[in-house]
Design a protein around this ligand. Structure first.
Ligand code: TYD
Ligand code: MG
Length: 501
C-alpha cells in the first residue's frame, strides 16, 4: 500500500488541517473536523476523499443515451428469510452494500447469521467477519439456530487491512461485517467507531466489494439518539439501509427499509425473537389484537407496515400529575413529539385537556408505529383514558354497513360535543367500576390529526379497513369522520351521561 497520511477535514466547509482542533480554522464551526486517510497516489474519487487536485489526467468517457443502456435484471440472492427478502426487495443484489442498523442486543448478528446460513446451505460462498465476538461466541449463537449456521466460514478480526485482504482472497458472494464500528483502520488515529474510522472502513470495504461483486451486509449500531452512528456518513454510501427495531426486553422486532436502491422503502418485516433465533411473524395482526382489552384507554390502530396492514393495540393511561412536578409524557412505540401534538389538538379542539396530568402511551407488543395515521388512535386512547370510559366497540354492529369506510357503528351523533374546549378531565362520575371492559370487539381507528382539529386521510384506507374487518372489528372510526370532535363523539359512548352526572 502507498504511504498514507491523515488529514482533518471540516465536514461543514471542507477546510483541511493536519492537526485536529475543536474549532475549524476555516469556518469557525465547532466539532466538525473529521480525520481522513490520504494516501499518496491512491485512486481518485474515493467517497469523501480529496477533491483537491485539478489536472488528474483521466481519459474522456463517451456518454450513452439511457435508452441504449442494457438493463439486465440481476438475479438476486434470496436469503430464504421471507420477511428479510421482502424488505430487501426480493433478496440480496449481488455486489450491493446493505447497512443493517439497530441498537445493541436487538438481533442484528442473529439475523445476519441466519441469512448467511441459508445462503451457505444453498451453496453460496459466504464469509462472516466478526470484529466483536470470538469464533467460540459466534459458534454458541450458531448452535441455537437451525440450518447451515455451523457451516459458515468465520473470521474474528478487527483490523481493516486484514479483512480487506481476506475478502480479496476469498471473494465470497455474500459477506457480513459485524460491525462497521468495531473494525479499525490502522492508518487513522481515531478510535474505532469515530466518524473518520467508520467512513474509511465502509469506503474501503465498498471498494473491494464492488470490485469483486461481493454483496456485503454491514452491521451498524445506532446511537442513543437513534441515528446510525457516524452522522449519516454511511447512509449515502450504501445501497440499502435497513433499520432493525423493537425493544430488547420484548420479543417483537420490525425490520424497515429506510433506503433501498433496489426496492421499495415502504416495506417492513416483523420478527419474533425466540430461543432458536428469529421467527417471521406472518399473522402479526392476530397476535397484536388477539389480546386487545377493550378497556378504558385502549383502542386498536389500523396501521400500515409498508404495503401490509397491521392491527396494533394502542393504550393510554392518564393520571393526575404530582404537585410541583411538570406532568410526564411517557411514550413507547410512538414519537414523543407526535404525542405532544395530539395532546395539544385534543385540548384545543376535542375538549380533553391533559395539561395537568401524566400521560403514558404504549403500543402493545413493542411495535413502533411511525406514521401520521396513528394520531387518531393516540387521541382516542388518551380521551378514553382521561374520561375513564371504554371506547364504543362493535359488538352490536358486526357486519354493519360497509359504506365509505368512515364511521362504522351506531349513533355517531351521540353527545353534542359543544363543550367549547372546557377541560373536563377527571369529570365527576369517573367511577371505573362501572366502566370496565365492555363486551365485544374493540374499536378500531386510523387517521392523521391536523392542527385545526381536522382528520386527514392517510394511505391505503381500504386495506386498513379490510384488515380490521378480517378480525371482526366492525366499528371503525376513520378520516371520513372529518374532525376530531366528530370522531370523539362517535367513539366515546358515555359522554353525555358523564356530563350529566
Ligand atoms: P444478537 O443477535 O447478538 O444482537 P445484536 O447483534 O443486535 O447485538 O442477539 C440479541 C439477543 O437475542 C441476545 O440477548 C440473545 C438473544 N437471542 C435469543 O433470544 N435467541 C436466539 O436464538 C439468539 C441467537 C439470540
Ligand atoms: Mg451483534
Amino acid at each position: 500500500m502507498a504511504r498514507s497520511t491523515t488529514v482533518h477535514v471540516c465536514s461543514a466547509c471542507a477546510h483541511e488541517t493536519p492537526r485536529w482542533a475543536g474549532q475549524c480554522p476555516g469556518c469557525g464551526e465547532w466539532n466538525t473536523l473529521v480525520e481522513e486517510a490520504r494516501s499518496a497516489g491512491r485512486r481518485g474519487g474515493r467517497g469523501g476523499g480529496a477533491l483537491g487536485g485539478t489536472a488528474r489526467g483521466g481519459a474522456a468517457v463517451a456518454p450513452v443515451r439511457l435508452g441504449a443502456v442494457e438493463a439486465t435484471e440481476v438475479a438476486r440472492l434470496p436469503t430464504a428469510i421471507g420477511e428479510l427478502d421482502r424488505v430487501l426487495g426480493g433478496g440480496i443484489v449481488p455486489g450491493s452494500l446493505v447497512l443493517i442498523g439497530g441498537s445493541p442486543g436487538i438481533g442484528k448478528s442473529t439475523l445476519t447469521t441466519m441469512a448467511v446460513a441459508n445462503l451457505t446451505g444453498a451453496g453460496r460462498r459466504t464469509l462472516y467477519v466478526s470484529a466483536e465476538e470470538s469464533p467460540a461466541q459466534i459458534k454458541l449463537r450458531a448452535e441455537r439456530l437451525r440450518g447451515a449456521a455451523l457451516d459458515i466460514p468465520v473470521i474474528a478480526e478487527t483490523d481493516l487491512g486484514a479483512v480487506l485482504a481476506t475478502l480479496e482472497r476469498e471473494r465470497p458472494d455474500v459477506c457480513v461485517i459485524d460491525s462497521v464500528q468495531t473494525l479499525h483502520a490502522a492508518e487513522l488515529t481515531g478510535a474505532p467507531g469515530s466518524v473518520g474510522q467508520v467512513r474509511e472502513v465502509a469506503g474501503e470495504i465498498m471498494r473491494v466489494a464492488k470490485q469483486h461483486r461481493i454483496a456485503v451486509l454491514l452491521v451498524g449500531h445506532v446511537t442513543k439518539e437513534g441515528a446510525l452512528a457516524g452522522p449519516r456518513v454511511l447512509e449515502h454510501l450504501v445501497d440499502c439501509v435497513l433499520q432493525f427495531e423493537g425493544e430488547r426486553e420484548r420479543t417483537y422486532r420490525t425490520l424497515r427499509a429506510l433506503k433501498n436502491r433496489f426496492g421499495s422503502t415502504n416495506e417492513a418485516g416483523v420478527f419474533e425473537m425466540r430461543g432458536d433465533g428469529l421467527v417471521e411473524v406472518l399473522d402479526a395482526s392476530a397476535r397484536f389484537v388477539g389480546e386487545a382489552t377493550h378497556a378504558p384507554g385502549s383502542v386498536v390502530l389500523c396501521a400500515m407496515e409498508g404495503s401490509r396492514p397491521l392491527l396494533v393495540e394502542v393504550q393510554a393511561l392518564v393520571s393526575p400529575a404530582q404537585e410541583l412536578v411538570p406532568p410526564r409524557r411517557v411514550v413507547s412505540g410512538i414519537d414523543r413529539n407526535r404525542l405532544a401534538l395530539v395532546l395539544a389538538v385534543l385540548a384545543r379542539h376535542g375538549g380533553v385537556a391533559t395539561g395537568s396530568a401524566d400521560v403514558f402511551v404504549n403500543v402493545v407488543g413493542g411495535v413502533r408505529v411511525d406514521e401520521p395515521g396513528a394520531d387518531l388512535a393516540v387521541a382516542l386512547a388518551v380521551a378514553s383514558a382521561a374520561r375513564g370510559v371504554a371506547l364504543r366497540g362493535g359488538a352490536a354492529t358486526v357486519g354493519d354497513g360497509r359504506d365509505g369506510g368512515a364511521l362504522r357503528g351506531r349513533g355517531a351523533g351521540m353527545g353534542d360535543g359543544r363543550d367549547g374546549g372546557a377541560p373536563d378531565l377527571f369529570a365527576a362520575g369517573e367511577g371505573d367500576g362501572a366502566d370496565g371492559p365492555a363486551p365485544g370487539p374493540p374499536l378500531a381507528c386510523f387517521g392523521e390529526l391536523g392542527l385545526t382539529g381536522e382528520l386527514r386521510t392517510v394511505a391505503h384506507p381500504e386495506r386498513r379497513i379490510a384488515e380490521a374487518a378480517k378480525f371482526g372489528l366492525s366499528t371503525i372510526v376513520g378520516p371520513d369522520a372529518r374532525t376530531l370532535r366528530a370522531a370523539l363523539r362517535a367513539a366515546l359512548p358515555g359522554r353525555r351521561r358523564q356530563q350529566a352526572a
